[in-house]
Ligand binder design. Sequence first.
Ligand code: MN3
Length: 250
Amino acid sequence: MDKRKFLKLTGAVAAGAIIAPTLTFCGNGNSENKTKIDSVSDDTGRSVVFTLPPLPYAFNALEPYIDERTMTIHHDKHHAGYTKKLNAALEGNATFEGMDILTIFANLDGSPEQDAVRNNAGGYYNHDLFWKVMAPNAGGMPTGKLAEMIDRDFGSFNAFKEAFTEEASNVFGSGWAWLCVGDNEKLFITSTPNQDNPLMTNIAEEKGTPVLGLDVWEHAYYLNYQNMRGNYIDNFFNVVNWSQVEENMG
Ligand code: MN3
């Protein structure tokens, strides 16, 4: 029994209750362990309502690399907006009825009539991952299995960092750079436009499970960095939460 059904049956969800999503990640292709965002029934009878996950640290926690004002607007306005618009796009939408976020991803077909779901489901999920792969007092280098995989697949951490930086720098317009695990357990770097995600299997050019993501929309950095995306990318590495990234690999 999934959690949504369980909550529904037990009546554990009070009207208007907010349930914080729990996330686990796994790159081994085992769907049971892949990212899961719980959703709940609400008192209007709609089957799935997505709620804005709280930022896992203070808005100023990533200073000076990512400033408080940017984080506040990014989470409270942009991420909140994607969440709200996702719920609106799903309302009365039979195609995606009752689906969790990853099932929605897998059922997107790229048609224009699905654009609202595609963009806002992506925005909802991508930002949740983004907040979690950053932390105060983080940065440095990965350790353990992740470090070994990076060395194996990119040659060295520095070579990985260079390739990731190049990918993120070269995103034209708005989008994301990703470190992903592919079906063959190999790490690869890719990017997606807008709010697309490598888990949108009918849409993404390169498919995989993202374990690290960097938002390179201008709203992610412009207040502090203006047009200097390169400096933002450099400083991102000072806040990467490598232990979370490793956890995301399952
Ligand atoms: Mn953003």
